[in-house]
Design a protein around this ligand. Structure first.
Ligand SMILES: [Zn+2]
Length: 182
């Protein structure tokens, strides 16, 4: 999948957005606005929308980190990585060569869910450090954002584990990490 909006590059790996990402980013922000409004009715519209948009953007940053973990493992095994593209269904890391052995293929696939899980646990641990206890909903935007990012990454780790597959070069099928249903 070719990125239409280029964001830059990390260690020679191009990071970009497909136009379809804009639609899902809008829908996630919309869904988050409803979620924050329901749980924090005392927040004003400005706070709700700002928190929703920032949470949505931060979520996509965590998807890039997830894809970068696939890319780093691939590169460390001598597999060239062309790009990372965010699109409507998640993110893909285009790796230009097959893993070659089952062990590399395993790590190439499993590292994404591990990364998302670690991100999720870090978010919830920080939240816990700030005094949050489940099932309460955090009252401040920053902590509410952290909780959503924490939960969604743990969910992504569980639901994406079957989707994070090693690439098949001949078909140019990259590792695809689809978003869980929100
Ligand atoms: Zn993945």
């Amino acid at each position: 999948m070719r990125a239409q909006i280029r964001l830059g590059s990390v260690s020679g790996i191009r990071i970009g957005l497909h136009y379809s990402w804009l639609i899902i980013a809008f829908l996630i922000s919309l869904s988050l606005a409803g979620h924050f409004r329901m749980n924090n009715p005392e927040w004003g519209d400005g706070v709700i929308w700002t928190t929703s948009v920032f949470t949505s953007l931060l979520f996509f940053v965590t998807i890039v980190v997830h894809e970068l973990s696939h890319a780093i493992v691939a590169k460390s095994h001598g597999l060239p990585v062309r790009s990372i593209t965010l699109f409507a269904l998640g993110g893909i890391a285009e790796i230009e060569k097959e893993a070659g052995d089952a062990r590399t293929e395993f790590w190439l696939g499993i590292i994404g869910p591990i990364t998302s899980f670690v991100i999720g646990i870090i978010c919830l641990t920080v939240l816990y450090g700030f005094g949050w206890r489940p099932p309460n909903f955090p009252r401040t935007p920053l902590l509410a954002m952290l909780m959503w990012i924490g939960y969604i990454n743990i969910m992504l780790a569980v639901l994406c584990s079957g989707e994070c597959q090693a690439p098949e070069v001949k078909l140019m099928r990259p590792t695809g990490c689809k978003l869980p249903r929100l």
